[in-house]
Structures are given as structure tokens and as C-alpha cells.
Write a protein that binds this ligand. Structure first.
Ligand code: SF4
Length: 357
């Protein structure tokens, strides 16, 4: 377990971001928020995949109005993404939003900022300041010449100061960049400079393939440094894929405890079964199981049980039949055609046992 940098706890709906070693997974819907049915359909798929916080864009009065209906049928906190229009923030707050993403320095006159902060205070709603290397304030860009980590920190501190001056401290900050080393450095500076929880993200990271690699490199580095309290993987893909990648990343760093870990071998000339299909099928099967089970899928029994000693349950393929083993010990032989079904049954038993404890 990589311990987190200590941050202040910030309440968002019924969860607390920061102040502990938990890292919450979040994503953002791709639908028009005003289309309540389509948005809820996507929200429910995200919840099912393990998303713990969901953001919607609030770019119109209709979108802000839809929040009330959306909130009635969802189960995780809802975040409103607002860029400049403070009136949309006020409307979203009135309609029951759990968190607002808005940069106070972009709202305009002080009375507008005060109105948003007052409404957030009254309802216990936090504000996320979203610093983005691509949209730094002009004076900062002029000072540094191009987006730098120092410039991003300066921008974050500028927005933080506006809120602190109004005695508002329920703040979460993101320091996003699509350039991975820049984002890592910006988050590192932020973690040193203040103790507000950090929302991790590599922005515009790309497609499912390249975005997964970029996000894993950047966010993985930060997680290994103990930085980050909530995570969003941004992909040009179905947002459910973002949640899957985020969960896998958190598992990799032992930051998440209620997920299945799959170990599978790379295959080689010794193999007699279609292991790649089996591994993919099992990976799909365990995706939504919320239990800390380690499953091993190996191509052959030569090193199988030994290699999977740490696995709670596993299979090793063979010619016409395979082995089922627990903690590296063979339990029984299983005909090849029943291997996957037997493994699924055993996983279900372990998951049920976990649920009951
Ligand atoms: Fe090859 Fe067997 Fe090792 Fe898989 S488990 S890589 S099939 S030796």
C-alpha cells in the first residue's frame, strides 16, 4: 500500500476525499446533460463499473435544470463542470449538485464569486479548482513564456487565495496537462505547496490505447509518490473504459482493496489451450466483482501452480484437461471444456465468502 500525502478531508456528498489513503475513481459523462434519460443510462453504467464520483457538463440552463432529476436516480456524488457562468453554478447548487468545478478567478466580479462561495458554504458543497496547462492566465504565460509547472502552481495558488480570502476551504485542486512530465511536476509542486486534496488527471491523453499508457505512466508515477486523492483517466473512448483503467491502476499500486487481480502468463510454445481467449473472458467476468481475490490463468502446468502460489484460485491448461489450484496447491483435474466454467464458479464462491465476512 502506498500511503498518501496527508491532506485535509473534503466532504463530497456522502464520501470524503482526502484525509485518508482512499483514492476515489471518477469519470465524466459524454451525453448532453439536459437529456436526462441518456445521461442517467451512462451514469448507471459508470456506477456499475465502479465509478465513485461522476461529473456532468453544465453549459446551459437546461443542463443545470436536469441536475434535479438526474440526482434522484443516481447513487454516487454528482459534480457540475462549469467554466465561466456563475449563474449556472448557482443553479446547479440549488438543484442539489454535490461539488462544483469552477475556477473562481474566471468568474468575474467579486460579488459573483461571493455569491457562489456563499451558496456552496450554505450547502456544504466543495469547489474543485481545475488548473490546466492549456489555459493558463495570460499574465502567467507572459511571465514564464510557455506552460510550466511553476506557472501552473502560481495559477492554482491564485484561485486558492480567492477562496481562502472568503474563508472557504472545502477545496480540491487538479493540475492537468497532456504532457506527462509537466503534469507530474505540477502535481508534485502542488503536493508540497498546499494540503488540499488533489484530483489527478492527464488531460486529453488520447485514445483507449495511447491514453491508457500515458495516463498509467503519469498517474502511476504520482500514485507511487503518495500523491492523489481522486483520479480521472481521460480517454477518447466510452467513459466506462476510463473507470476500468483507473481501477486497474489503483489495483497495481494496492490502493484499492475491493477488486479482483488477474495474473495470466504470456503463453509460449508449451501451451495446449487458447489461453488468450480464456484470460480475456475471465478478465471480463471479474470486472465488476468487488472482492480482493487474486486469480491466476496459466497456459500449462510446468510452472503453473508454483508461479501462482500467491493466487487464491487459478487454472493451468493442459492437453484435453487442466488443473484447478488454490494457493499453489492442485485441487482437482478438470476437462478442458469445463475449465473456464469451473474457475468462474470458484471465483463466485470466494466473492460470496468475502461478502459475508
Ligand atoms: Fe509457457 Fe506454461 Fe509459462 Fe505459460 S505458464 S508462459 S504456457 S511455460
Amino acid at each position: 500500500m502506498y500511503l498518501r500525502h496527508q491532506t485535509r478531508p473534503v466532504r463530497v456528498g456522502d464520501i470524503t476525499i482526502g484525509g485518508s489513503d482512499r483514492v476515489f475513481i471518477q469519470s465524466m459523462t459524454t451525453t448532453k446533460t439536459a437529456d436526462v434519460r441518456a445521461t442517467l443510462e451512462e451514469i448507471h453504467r459508470l456506477e456499475e463499473a465502479g465509478c465513485e464520483l461522476i461529473r456532468v457538463t453544465v453549459n446551459s440552463n437546461e443542463a443545470a435544470d436536469a441536475i434535479r432529476e438526474i440526482k434522484k436516480e443516481m447513487h454516487v456524488p454528482l459534480v457540475a463542470d462549469i467554466h465561466f457562468d456563475y449563474r449556472l453554478a448557482l443553479k446547479a447548487i440549488e438543484n442539489g449538485i454535490d461539488k462544483v468545478r469552477i475556477n473562481p478567478g474566471n468568474i468575474g466580479k467579486r460579488d459573483r464569486v461571493e455569491a457562489v462561495v456563499k451558496a456552496c458554504k450554505e450547502r456544504g458543497i466543495p469547489i474543485r479548482i481545475g488548473v490546466n496547462a492549456g489555459s493558463l492566465e495570460r499574465h502567467i504565460l507572459e511571465k514564464y513564456g510557455y506552460p510550466t509547472a511553476e506557472g501552473m502552481l502560481e495559477s492554482a495558488l491564485h484561485h486558492i487565495r480567492i477562496l481562502e480570502d472568503l474563508d472557504f476551504h472545502d477545496i480540491i485542486v487538479s493540475m492537468k496537462a497532456s504532457d506527462v512530465p509537466l503534469a507530474i511536476e505540477a502535481y508534485r509542486l502542488a503536493a508540497e505547496a498546499f494540503d488540499y486534496p488533489l484530483h489527478l488527471g492527464i488531460t486529453e491523453s488520447g485514445t483507449l490505447f495511447s491514453g491508457t499508457i500515458k495516463s498509467s505512466a503519469g498517474l502511476g508515477t504520482l500514485l507511487s509518490m503518495g500523491i492523489g486523492n481522486t483520479i480521472r483517466v481521460s480517454l477518447s473512448a466510452d467513459p466506462v473504459e476510463e473507470v476500468k483503467v483507473a481501477r486497474e491502476l489503483l489495483k497495481t499500486f494496492h490502493v484499492i482493496s475491493n477488486a479482483v487481480t488477474l495474473v495470466s502468463c504470456p503463453t509460449c510454445g508449451r501451451i495446449d489451450i487458447d489461453l488468450i481467449s480464456v484470460a480475456n473472458e475471465i478478465e471480463d467476468y471479474v470486472q465488476n466483482i468487488k472482492a480482493p481475490i487474486k486469480v491466476s490463468v496459466l497456459g500449462c502446468a510446468v510452472n503453473g501452480p508454483g508461479e501462482a502460489r500467491e493466487a487464491d484460485i487459478g487454472i493451468a491448461g493442459g492437453r484435453g484437461e487442466g488443473l484447478l489450484f488454490r494457493k499453489g496447491k492442485v485441487v482437482r483435474k478438470v476437462p478442458e471444456q469445463d475449465l473456464v466454467a469451473e474457475l468462474k464458479k470458484e471465483i463466485d464462491i470466494l466473492a460470496k465468502r468475502f461478502e459475508e465476512t
